[in-house]
Design a protein around this ligand. Structure first.
Ligand SMILES: Cc1cc2nc3c(=O)[nH]c(=O)nc-3n(C[C@H](O)[C@H](O)[C@H](O)COP(=O)(O)OP(=O)(O)OC[C@H]3O[C@@H](n4cnc5c(N)ncnc54)[C@H](O)[C@@H]3O)c2cc1C
Length: 420
């Protein structure tokens, strides 16, 4: 903590930004030419009240730390993103959501308070009701209001270390959206994998996973992480290879579906079991596009995006779809009621231009893309997608008149530049 205070006092450092675990896909955690404050070592759990489930933690603790430490005691993080490596501070700054968003909303809704080191160096306890504007600017505020040192999160009591997961094949997009409706009140967690290369009558086919806490635990076995040993060559991800992978993946679940108890960790963080999974995209890496579009026009928007993707030859095999619930509390929170679609694209020639077309469809339908995943958005589209940007900027103008906090994302998107 003392080092953190010194960083704020030292003017030679220039601009500052917290760096959590670097699990954002784009430039949200980068601050070229300025100072990065590495939060990973501020990772202690400080207090826990079993009656209320309130956990006070330092912001560098991770979601996996909560699973490791509290699941054996019968508590679980109310919301967890798809990787346990993410820190709680990083989760707060992106107001992360999990596979249970329709049921539990996003992280901001589960915070009692957080301690924020403001850009001027002062430490302030921020509560949602007593300091509403600063709370709303910081939750989902991509680190630009200061550095969260510790936070109080309400954990969920759970009956076991596992969830009961039902998997079934879904034939097309229309049935997908109907299945989300069916599962909304039935399952705590609902998420779908989509075959983004399927066309015609199969457009939007995939595998739906619906899960709820299991009454009984599964034996806890240490997780053996596998590793992608090399950067794969470009041809490994051409459209033909992805099409073959998608066919196999679809057929892996029998036509009648499956039901199985699965440990929370394996269900919530599947990619964490494959170290360096990003190397399958080769040395040039990849972009992820994630949008949410309102329910009313969602089917048309998704059909447009999927048709474009399957035609494009831009092979996306990690495609995820789900229905979201309540809007996030932050001015720049991503979640809002609607369907969210996430697609990965190798960073090949034409990928950025292609993603710009998907962004255009999202804007036309009143949707938005997720800053935690973004590497391609334009300042104009940001303004169209985030109508509370002006409120966010008004808070920054008040607490950070000298512009101490900054990031590559903020500079690229003009996040701090108000245009009246
Ligand atoms: C495999 C995978 C799956 C994912 N699945 C999901 C998902 O299902 N849902 C979802 O919402 N997201 C998901 N994400 C995105 C990820 O959860 C977010 O990007 C999250 O913010 C990463 O946390 P981090 O600790 O790595 O933060 P970083 O990426 O290091 O930083 C993210 C932002 O938080 C700020 N920040 C970090 N710590 C602090 C602090 N202490 N105080 C103030 N600001 C801080 C940084 O400045 C930056 O702006 C996924 C990412 C991966 C790699």
């Amino acid at each position: 903590m003392a080092d953190l205070e010194r960083s704020f006092a030292d003017e030679r450092v220039g601009s500052l930004l917290a760096f959590g675990a670097g699990r954002s896909y784009g430039d949200a955690a980068l601050n070229s030419g300025g100072g990065s404050v590495l939060m990973g070592r501020l990772d202690r759990f400080l207090e826990f009240d079993a009656a209320s489930g309130s956990l006070v933690a330092e912001s560098g603790a991770t979601f996996a730390d909560i699973v490791d430490c509290f699941l054996p005691r019968g508590y679980m993080a109310p919301v967890a993103p798809g990787t346990g490596f993410a820190t709680l501070g990083g989760g707060l700054a992106n107001d992360v959501h999990g596979k249970n968003h329709h049921h539990a909303a996003s992280l901001g809704q589960h915070l009692a308070w957080f301690d924020l080191r403001l850009p001027g160096g002062e430490l302030r306890r921020v509560e949602p009701e007593r300091d509403a504007a600063l709370f709303q600017a910081t939750v989902g505020g991509v680190g630009l209001t200061g550095i969260v040192e510790r936070l109080c999160l309400r954990l969920q009591p759970v009956p076991s270390n596992a969830v009961l997961v039902r998997k079934r094949r879904i034939a097309d997009l229309e049935r997908y959206l109907a299945a989300f409706e069916e599962e909304r009140d039935r399952a705590d967690y609902v998420v779908g994998w989509i075959d983004a290369l399927a066309t015609g009558r199969k457009l939007g086919r995939g595998i739906l996973e619906a899960a709820s806490p299991a009454a009984e635990s599964v034996p806890s076995t240490p997780r053996k992480a596998r590793r992608v040993p090399i950067d794969l060559p470009d041809f490994a991800l051409n459209a033909l290879a992805v099409r073959a992978f998608n066919q196999l993946y679809f057929e892996r679940v029998p036509a009648g579906g499956t039901e199985q108890r699965v440990a929370y960790r394996d269900f919530l963080f599947p990619l964490d079991a494959i170290r360096d999974w990003n190397r399958i995209y080769g040395k040039r890496g990849f972009h992820q596009f994630q949008c949410v579009v309102p329910f009313a026009s969602g089917e048309r928007a998704l059909a447009g995006m999927l048709a474009l993707t399957s035609k494009s030859g831009q092979g996306s095999f990690l495609a995820v779809i789900k229905a979201m619930g309540q809007a996030g509390l932050g001015y720049l929170s991503f979640p809002r009621p609607g369907y969210t679609l996430a697609l990965d694209f190798p960073n090949a020639p034409g990928a950025r231009e292609f993603i710009a077309q998907l962004e255009r469809i999202a804007v036309e339908h009143g949707g938005r893309t997720y800053l935690a995943k973004d590497s391609t958005l334009s300042p104009a589209n940001l303004r169209a997608m985030y109508p509370d940007l002006g409120k966010f900027q008004a808070v920054l103008a008040e607490i950070d008149p000298r512009g101490r906090m900054n990031s590559d994302l903020a500079r690229r998107l003009g996040l701090k530049e108000s245009r009246r």
